[in-house]
Design a protein around this ligand. Sequence first.
Ligand SMILES: [Zn+2]
Length: 156
Amino acid sequence: MKYSEIYAYNIAHNLCPFCSLPENFYLEKSEYFSVTYARAPYTKDHLLIIPNRHVVLFNSLSHEEVRNLMDLVSKWTEILHKEHTDIALLLRDWFIWGSWWKSVDHMHFHLIPDVEVWSIHWCWPSREYLSEKELLKHIAEVKKLEKKPVKSTAKK
Ligand SMILES: [Zn+2]
């Protein structure tokens, strides 16, 4: 299934997919943010960090929420480094009718391994939307990755 079909459905029904994420889709749920596998991933192990409350603008977050967010960015970047070298952090705030292919009002962050950031725009129209089975398989793989020992990042 194509992500563009899901996007159209959500718009038509005024649905926020991040306000109704099933509990088993979370890799981690903390006090203010949750981490999940991107349902329409740009690359393998593409994760999303999403505020638990429906927020559109980054500047609506409290300092406490930002602190929680940065703890999760740090933790999950380290986990992704077990399998990947470059990790891109991408903030998506503002409303969906902005200029840059934003598909969900609910502000969120992407942790995207192994991607040249400029290329995201070009792969958007062909993004696949994972079935629940595929998504849960990826979540299980990343949970295994979470348990792997951390590689030393110190240069010799
Ligand atoms: Zn929402």
